[in-house]
Write a protein that binds this ligand. Structure first.
Ligand SMILES: [Zn+2]
Ligand SMILES: [Zn+2]
Length: 317
Protein backbone atom coordinates (compact mmCIF):
# COMPACT_ATOMS: atom_id res chain seq x y z
CA UNK A 1 0.00 0.00 0.00
CA UNK A 2 1.53 3.31 -1.01
CA UNK A 3 2.52 5.43 1.92
CA UNK A 4 0.58 8.64 2.18
CA UNK A 5 2.63 11.67 2.84
CA UNK A 6 0.99 14.31 4.93
CA UNK A 7 1.35 17.89 3.71
CA UNK A 8 4.03 19.62 5.72
CA UNK A 9 2.46 21.69 8.45
CA UNK A 10 3.85 25.16 8.86
CA UNK A 11 4.51 26.19 12.41
CA UNK A 12 3.19 29.69 13.06
CA UNK A 13 6.03 32.05 13.77
CA UNK A 14 6.11 34.18 16.86
CA UNK A 15 6.16 37.78 15.86
CA UNK A 16 9.29 39.75 16.51
CA UNK A 17 8.78 41.17 19.98
CA UNK A 18 8.09 44.83 19.70
CA UNK A 19 10.16 46.79 22.14
CA UNK A 20 7.55 47.84 24.64
CA UNK A 21 3.83 47.80 24.00
CA UNK A 22 2.10 49.44 21.08
CA UNK A 23 -1.64 50.11 21.02
CA UNK A 24 -3.23 51.05 17.69
CA UNK A 25 -6.80 52.26 17.22
CA UNK A 26 -8.41 50.80 14.06
CA UNK A 27 -12.02 51.64 14.93
CA UNK A 28 -13.28 54.01 17.64
CA UNK A 29 -16.95 54.64 16.75
CA UNK A 30 -19.93 53.13 18.57
CA UNK A 31 -23.12 51.54 17.27
CA UNK A 32 -22.75 51.94 13.48
CA UNK A 33 -19.99 53.02 11.07
CA UNK A 34 -20.16 56.73 10.23
CA UNK A 35 -18.12 57.62 7.15
CA UNK A 36 -18.37 61.18 5.85
CA UNK A 37 -16.78 64.60 5.90
CA UNK A 38 -17.79 65.43 9.49
CA UNK A 39 -16.07 62.36 11.02
CA UNK A 40 -12.79 62.21 9.07
CA UNK A 41 -10.59 63.29 11.95
CA UNK A 42 -11.71 60.80 14.59
CA UNK A 43 -12.88 58.18 12.09
CA UNK A 44 -16.06 56.26 11.35
CA UNK A 45 -15.12 52.58 11.81
CA UNK A 46 -16.46 50.67 14.81
CA UNK A 47 -14.62 49.16 17.78
CA UNK A 48 -11.24 47.53 17.09
CA UNK A 49 -7.94 48.05 18.93
CA UNK A 50 -4.66 46.22 18.34
CA UNK A 51 -2.19 45.61 21.15
CA UNK A 52 1.30 44.34 20.35
CA UNK A 53 3.13 43.26 23.45
CA UNK A 54 5.52 40.54 24.54
CA UNK A 55 5.76 39.21 20.96
CA UNK A 56 1.97 38.74 20.71
CA UNK A 57 -0.58 40.44 18.50
CA UNK A 58 -3.80 40.83 20.48
CA UNK A 59 -6.91 42.30 18.96
CA UNK A 60 -9.65 43.81 21.09
CA UNK A 61 -13.03 43.58 19.36
CA UNK A 62 -13.88 42.90 15.72
CA UNK A 63 -15.84 45.98 14.64
CA UNK A 64 -15.42 47.34 11.13
CA UNK A 65 -11.96 48.71 12.02
CA UNK A 66 -10.77 45.07 11.91
CA UNK A 67 -10.81 45.24 8.09
CA UNK A 68 -8.09 47.93 8.12
CA UNK A 69 -5.99 45.93 10.58
CA UNK A 70 -6.32 42.90 8.28
CA UNK A 71 -4.93 44.89 5.36
CA UNK A 72 -2.05 46.11 7.51
CA UNK A 73 -1.16 42.59 8.71
CA UNK A 74 -1.43 41.05 5.24
CA UNK A 75 0.95 43.68 3.84
CA UNK A 76 3.36 43.68 6.76
CA UNK A 77 3.75 39.91 7.12
CA UNK A 78 3.42 39.15 3.40
CA UNK A 79 2.43 35.47 3.57
CA UNK A 80 4.29 34.53 6.75
CA UNK A 81 2.01 32.58 9.11
CA UNK A 82 0.24 34.77 11.63
CA UNK A 83 -0.75 33.71 15.09
CA UNK A 84 -3.42 36.12 16.32
CA UNK A 85 -5.62 36.36 19.41
CA UNK A 86 -8.93 38.21 19.15
CA UNK A 87 -10.66 39.06 22.41
CA UNK A 88 -14.30 40.06 22.12
CA UNK A 89 -16.03 42.17 24.74
CA UNK A 90 -19.48 41.14 23.48
CA UNK A 91 -21.29 40.32 20.29
CA UNK A 92 -23.28 43.46 19.48
CA UNK A 93 -22.95 44.26 15.75
CA UNK A 94 -20.49 47.11 16.16
CA UNK A 95 -18.05 44.71 17.85
CA UNK A 96 -18.15 41.72 15.43
CA UNK A 97 -19.04 42.99 11.95
CA UNK A 98 -15.44 43.27 10.75
CA UNK A 99 -14.72 39.55 11.17
CA UNK A 100 -16.05 38.43 7.73
CA UNK A 101 -13.87 41.14 6.13
CA UNK A 102 -10.63 40.30 7.98
CA UNK A 103 -8.08 39.26 5.32
CA UNK A 104 -5.97 36.94 7.53
CA UNK A 105 -8.89 34.48 7.90
CA UNK A 106 -8.80 33.89 4.12
CA UNK A 107 -5.15 32.74 4.23
CA UNK A 108 -4.73 29.06 5.23
CA UNK A 109 -1.36 29.57 6.93
CA UNK A 110 -2.89 31.76 9.65
CA UNK A 111 -4.23 30.87 13.04
CA UNK A 112 -6.85 33.01 14.76
CA UNK A 113 -7.92 32.26 18.31
CA UNK A 114 -11.15 34.05 19.27
CA UNK A 115 -11.84 34.43 22.97
CA UNK A 116 -14.98 35.75 24.56
CA UNK A 117 -17.71 35.11 27.02
CA UNK A 118 -21.13 33.69 26.33
CA UNK A 119 -22.74 35.33 23.28
CA UNK A 120 -25.86 36.17 25.32
CA UNK A 121 -28.32 33.28 24.80
CA UNK A 122 -26.80 31.18 22.03
CA UNK A 123 -23.14 30.67 22.81
CA UNK A 124 -20.24 32.51 21.22
CA UNK A 125 -19.65 29.99 18.43
CA UNK A 126 -23.27 30.14 17.23
CA UNK A 127 -23.49 33.90 17.37
CA UNK A 128 -20.31 34.40 15.33
CA UNK A 129 -21.35 31.75 12.80
CA UNK A 130 -24.87 33.13 12.43
CA UNK A 131 -23.75 36.53 11.09
CA UNK A 132 -22.06 34.57 8.26
CA UNK A 133 -25.01 32.35 7.36
CA UNK A 134 -26.19 32.48 3.76
CA UNK A 135 -28.89 35.16 4.00
CA UNK A 136 -26.29 37.54 5.42
CA UNK A 137 -22.93 36.58 3.93
CA UNK A 138 -21.70 34.31 1.11
CA UNK A 139 -18.98 32.43 3.05
CA UNK A 140 -19.70 30.50 6.23
CA UNK A 141 -17.46 30.68 9.29
CA UNK A 142 -16.59 26.97 8.95
CA UNK A 143 -15.52 27.49 5.31
CA UNK A 144 -12.83 30.02 6.17
CA UNK A 145 -9.40 28.77 5.02
CA UNK A 146 -7.51 29.89 8.14
CA UNK A 147 -7.47 27.88 11.34
CA UNK A 148 -10.10 29.74 13.39
CA UNK A 149 -10.61 28.51 16.91
CA UNK A 150 -13.39 29.91 19.11
CA UNK A 151 -13.11 29.58 22.86
CA UNK A 152 -15.83 30.54 25.26
CA UNK A 153 -14.07 31.64 28.40
CA UNK A 154 -15.21 30.59 31.85
CA UNK A 155 -12.46 32.17 33.96
CA UNK A 156 -12.08 35.90 34.38
CA UNK A 157 -8.29 35.74 34.31
CA UNK A 158 -6.01 34.02 31.82
CA UNK A 159 -2.76 34.61 29.93
CA UNK A 160 -1.87 35.09 26.29
CA UNK A 161 1.88 34.42 26.08
CA UNK A 162 3.54 36.90 28.40
CA UNK A 163 0.42 39.05 28.69
CA UNK A 164 -1.73 38.48 31.74
CA UNK A 165 -5.39 39.32 31.17
CA UNK A 166 -8.17 40.04 33.65
CA UNK A 167 -11.78 40.44 32.56
CA UNK A 168 -14.69 42.04 34.35
CA UNK A 169 -18.38 42.23 33.50
CA UNK A 170 -19.43 45.66 32.27
CA UNK A 171 -22.69 47.51 32.95
CA UNK A 172 -24.18 47.04 29.49
CA UNK A 173 -27.22 45.11 28.15
CA UNK A 174 -26.56 41.38 27.65
CA UNK A 175 -23.25 39.71 28.43
CA UNK A 176 -20.41 42.22 28.03
CA UNK A 177 -16.95 42.35 29.56
CA UNK A 178 -14.01 44.72 29.68
CA UNK A 179 -10.40 43.60 29.76
CA UNK A 180 -7.27 44.73 31.53
CA UNK A 181 -4.04 43.56 29.90
CA UNK A 182 -0.87 43.48 31.95
CA UNK A 183 1.95 43.73 29.41
CA UNK A 184 5.66 43.66 30.26
CA UNK A 185 5.71 47.49 30.01
CA UNK A 186 2.41 48.58 31.51
CA UNK A 187 -1.30 47.91 31.60
CA UNK A 188 -4.05 48.71 29.13
CA UNK A 189 -7.74 48.52 30.04
CA UNK A 190 -10.49 48.32 27.44
CA UNK A 191 -14.16 48.97 28.29
CA UNK A 192 -15.72 49.98 24.97
CA UNK A 193 -19.30 49.64 26.21
CA UNK A 194 -20.04 50.51 29.80
CA UNK A 195 -22.27 52.83 31.81
CA UNK A 196 -21.34 54.11 35.22
CA UNK A 197 -23.73 53.00 37.94
CA UNK A 198 -23.79 56.66 38.96
CA UNK A 199 -26.41 56.97 36.21
CA UNK A 200 -28.95 56.03 38.87
CA UNK A 201 -28.89 59.60 40.09
CA UNK A 202 -30.45 60.69 36.78
CA UNK A 203 -33.21 58.09 36.66
CA UNK A 204 -36.65 58.12 38.31
CA UNK A 205 -36.32 56.40 41.68
CA UNK A 206 -38.64 53.79 43.03
CA UNK A 207 -40.11 55.40 46.18
CA UNK A 208 -38.28 54.09 49.22
CA UNK A 209 -35.60 52.41 47.14
CA UNK A 210 -33.32 55.46 46.71
CA UNK A 211 -30.87 54.51 49.39
CA UNK A 212 -30.54 50.88 48.33
CA UNK A 213 -29.96 51.89 44.72
CA UNK A 214 -27.40 54.49 45.67
CA UNK A 215 -25.54 52.11 47.95
CA UNK A 216 -25.52 49.49 45.20
CA UNK A 217 -24.35 52.03 42.60
CA UNK A 218 -21.54 53.34 44.77
CA UNK A 219 -20.36 49.85 45.62
CA UNK A 220 -20.31 48.77 41.96
CA UNK A 221 -18.44 51.89 40.84
CA UNK A 222 -15.91 51.41 43.63
CA UNK A 223 -15.31 47.82 42.51
CA UNK A 224 -14.67 49.01 38.95
CA UNK A 225 -12.26 51.68 40.20
CA UNK A 226 -10.39 48.98 42.16
CA UNK A 227 -10.20 46.82 39.04
CA UNK A 228 -8.74 49.73 37.06
CA UNK A 229 -6.45 51.10 39.77
CA UNK A 230 -3.19 52.48 38.37
CA UNK A 231 -3.92 51.58 34.72
CA UNK A 232 -1.45 53.24 32.35
CA UNK A 233 -3.93 53.48 29.51
CA UNK A 234 -7.71 53.31 29.91
CA UNK A 235 -9.86 53.11 26.77
CA UNK A 236 -13.44 53.69 27.83
CA UNK A 237 -16.96 54.25 26.53
CA UNK A 238 -17.70 57.98 26.85
CA UNK A 239 -20.44 58.16 24.26
CA UNK A 240 -22.49 61.00 25.75
CA UNK A 241 -21.84 64.45 27.07
CA UNK A 242 -23.49 65.72 30.22
CA UNK A 243 -26.31 67.51 28.37
CA UNK A 244 -27.54 64.52 26.38
CA UNK A 245 -26.85 61.78 28.94
CA UNK A 246 -30.12 62.16 30.95
CA UNK A 247 -32.00 61.06 27.79
CA UNK A 248 -29.89 57.89 27.61
CA UNK A 249 -29.69 56.65 31.19
CA UNK A 250 -29.64 52.80 31.28
CA UNK A 251 -28.73 52.51 27.59
CA UNK A 252 -25.43 51.01 28.74
CA UNK A 253 -23.09 53.79 27.60
CA UNK A 254 -20.93 56.26 29.47
CA UNK A 255 -21.20 59.97 30.18
CA UNK A 256 -17.87 61.77 29.81
CA UNK A 257 -18.09 63.42 33.27
CA UNK A 258 -18.61 60.05 34.98
CA UNK A 259 -15.79 58.44 33.01
CA UNK A 260 -13.32 61.18 33.97
CA UNK A 261 -14.41 60.91 37.62
CA UNK A 262 -13.84 57.15 37.52
CA UNK A 263 -10.40 57.54 35.90
CA UNK A 264 -9.41 60.07 38.58
CA UNK A 265 -10.60 57.83 41.42
CA UNK A 266 -8.75 54.87 39.89
CA UNK A 267 -5.54 56.92 39.45
CA UNK A 268 -5.37 56.12 35.76
CA UNK A 269 -2.50 57.80 33.87
CA UNK A 270 -4.01 58.28 30.40
CA UNK A 271 -7.68 58.16 29.43
CA UNK A 272 -8.91 57.66 25.85
CA UNK A 273 -12.56 58.49 25.26
CA UNK A 274 -14.03 55.76 23.06
CA UNK A 275 -17.23 54.48 21.36
CA UNK A 276 -17.97 57.90 19.88
CA UNK A 277 -21.65 58.50 19.23
CA UNK A 278 -22.61 58.11 15.54
CA UNK A 279 -24.29 61.54 15.70
CA UNK A 280 -21.21 63.29 17.07
CA UNK A 281 -19.05 65.08 14.53
CA UNK A 282 -15.38 65.89 15.03
CA UNK A 283 -16.12 69.31 16.54
CA UNK A 284 -18.46 67.81 19.14
CA UNK A 285 -15.83 65.24 20.17
CA UNK A 286 -13.28 68.09 20.50
CA UNK A 287 -15.69 69.81 22.90
CA UNK A 288 -16.06 66.63 24.95
CA UNK A 289 -12.28 66.36 25.27
CA UNK A 290 -12.12 70.03 26.34
CA UNK A 291 -14.81 69.39 28.97
CA UNK A 292 -12.97 66.31 30.24
CA UNK A 293 -9.72 68.31 30.58
CA UNK A 294 -11.58 71.05 32.44
CA UNK A 295 -12.69 68.54 35.07
CA UNK A 296 -9.10 67.31 35.45
CA UNK A 297 -7.85 70.90 35.89
CA UNK A 298 -10.59 71.68 38.44
CA UNK A 299 -9.47 68.66 40.43
CA UNK A 300 -5.78 69.72 40.10
CA UNK A 301 -5.00 66.23 38.79
CA UNK A 302 -2.47 65.01 36.22
CA UNK A 303 -4.66 62.61 34.24
CA UNK A 304 -4.11 63.01 30.47
CA UNK A 305 -7.28 62.84 28.37
CA UNK A 306 -7.66 62.38 24.64
CA UNK A 307 -10.35 61.05 22.36
CA UNK A 308 -9.38 57.83 20.59
CA UNK A 309 -8.80 58.49 16.91
CA UNK A 310 -8.72 55.96 14.09
CA UNK A 311 -5.11 55.30 13.06
CA UNK A 312 -3.62 56.65 16.30
CA UNK A 313 -0.83 54.54 17.82
CA UNK A 314 0.26 54.86 21.45
CA UNK A 315 3.47 53.38 22.85
CA UNK A 316 3.99 52.22 26.40
CA UNK A 317 7.76 52.47 26.63
ZN1 LIG B 1 -20.94 49.12 21.08
ZN1 LIG C 1 -22.89 46.96 22.99
Amino acid sequence: MPQRTMPEKKTPIIHPPASGTRVTFWGVRGSIPTPGPTTVRYGGNTSCVEVRAGGEILILDAGTGLRLLGQQLAGEFNGQPLNLTLMLTHTHWDHIQGLPFFLPVYQPQNHLRILGYEGARHGLDNVLASQMESPFFPIGLKQLPANVQIEELKDLSFTVGEVRVKARFANHPGVCVGYRLFTPTGSVAFFPDNESHAGYRHSPQTPGAEETQQVFAQREDRKLADFLRGTDMLIMDAQYDREEYPEHVHWGHGCVDDVVALALTAEVKRLFLFHHDPDHDDARIDRMVARAREIVTERKATLQVEAAREGMAVELP
